[in-house]
Every structure is written in structure tokens, then in C-alpha cells.
Ligand binder design. Structure first.
Ligand SMILES: CC(C)(COP(=O)(O)OP(=O)(O)OC[C@H]1O[C@@H](n2cnc3c(N)ncnc32)[C@H](O)[C@@H]1OP(=O)(O)O)[C@@H](O)C(=O)NCCC(=O)NCCS
Length: 178
């Protein structure tokens, strides 16, 4: 399959919502959801977003820090929501938010947020270009701008970018001394 790089795609095309029920086999000795199981569901949800945007198979290149703010209990419903924040050349930043829903009162609480980087690959497993993402709302434009900065931070930390090339980070830091 070849990517449609001539197209510009809205954020809405990449939206993915998944629900999962926390069963006994998903929990630790305290009856709470195990972190590794949640990371697996987050990876699947984010992969769907990246593939909806790019139209090709995508692989996880990196995951930014994930924090587990509070336990999620057996029998709760997990709702995962993801979308692409920005498409670069062959990579995309996908934001994913996780909510836990108590089945008795249907109240949803926000439990996790993470940023995944996916890379679109061809049949040979090599990176291929992805369509441009076009932010349409104020929120989408803010996330689009922040994604460029986060990309530079993660490439700096992984040693894949020189500090002198990190122009969005430099602008960001300069804004504090202006
Ligand atoms: C991800 C992968 C395809 C990148 O291949 P590569 O030869 O390093 O390719 P490149 O150097 O051309 O980088 C391709 C893109 O990945 C991005 N990338 C690579 N490593 C990255 C990292 N650690 N964090 C963020 N982005 C990264 C690059 O910035 C580049 O993005 P761009 O084209 O939008 O600028 C390759 O490393 C791979 O196949 N990894 C295994 C993926 C996998 O199996 N994931 C499941 C985990 S078990």
C-alpha cells in the first residue's frame, strides 16, 4: 500500500475511541489494573489513529513518559481516546487520554495522558512519507504547535538531534526571557 502524500487530512480523521472492561486477568494482587495491560491498550488505540491518518501500517517509535495518577479497579470500564496532533515527514505524534468509568454511576475520571510517536512504514519496513495534518480549531492548533516542541525534546533526549537544530525549543525557551 502506498501513502497518499498529496492529501491534507483533518484531525477528525484520526480519532479513535476504544472501551475495555477490566477483568480479573487484567489486575494485580490488589485488584487494580496492571500498568502493562493499560500500555498495551494505549498502544493499540494510538496505532489505529496513526493508521487512520496515514493510510499505511505504522510502528511505535517512542512513548513519552506515562504517569499512573490513580488506580483503576476491576470491573471499571476503560475509555481510551486518541488523535494525531501533528504529522512530520514519516512520523506522527499521537495524543492519547485514558478515562476510567465506574459502572454504577457512569462517572468518568481522567487517569492518564501520553504522547506516542508512530512511524509509517512500507512493506519493506522502511519509513514512508505521511500526509500533512491540518489543524482546524484553536485547540488543534495549540496541540499542533506544542507537538513540534515535544518532537525536538524527544529527539534531543534520544541523541537524534543537535541542540542547534532544535529551533522550536529555542523559541520556546527564549519566550521566557523576552
Ligand atoms: C521506527 C523506525 C521505523 C525508524 O527507523 P529509522 O531507520 O530510525 O528511520 P529514520 O531515522 O529515517 O527516522 C524515521 C522517523 O522516525 C523518527 N524517529 C526515530 N526514532 C525516534 C524516536 N526515538 N523518537 C521519536 N521519533 C523517532 C524520526 O524522527 C523520523 O521522523 P520524521 O521522518 O518525521 O522526521 C525503526 O527504528 C523501527 O522499525 N523500530 C522498531 C519499531 C517497532 O517494532 N515498534 C514496536 C515496538 S516493540
Amino acid at each position: 500500500m502506498t501513502p497518499s502524500n498529496d492529501l491534507r487530512r483533518p484531525v477528525s480523521r484520526s480519532l479513535c475511541t476504544m472501551s475495555e472492561l477490566v477483568l480479573p486477568n487484567d489486575t494485580n494482587g490488589l485488584g487494580n489494573l496492571m500498568g502493562g495491560r493499560l500500555l498495551h491498550w494505549m498502544d493499540v488505540c494510538a496505532a489505529i489513529s496513526s493508521q487512520r491518518h496515514s493510510g499505511v501500517v505504522c510502528v511505535t517509535a517512542s512513548v513519552d513518559s506515562v504517569e499512573f495518577h490513580e488506580p483503576i479497579h476491576q470491573s471499571e470500564i476503560i475509555v481510551l481516546e486518541s488523535h494525531v496532533n501533528r504529522a512530520f515527514r514519516t512520523s506522527m505524534e499521537v495524543e492519547i487520554n485514558v478515562y476510567a468509568e465506574n459502572p454504577r454511576d457512569s462517572i468518568k475520571r481522567h487517569c492518564n495522558r501520553a504522547f506516542y510517536t508512530f512511524v509509517a512504514v512500507g512493506e519493506d519496513g522502511k519509513p514512508v512519507p505521511v500526509p500533512e495534518l491540518v489543524p482546524e480549531t484553536g485547540n488543534e492548533r495549540e496541540r499542533y504547535e506544542a507537538a513540534a516542541r515535544r518532537r525536538e525534546f524527544r529527539l534531543l533526549l534520544s541523541g537524534r538531534m543537535k541542540p542547534s537544530d532544535a529551533i522550536h525549543v529555542q523559541d520556546y525557551l527564549a519566550s521566557f526571557s523576552a
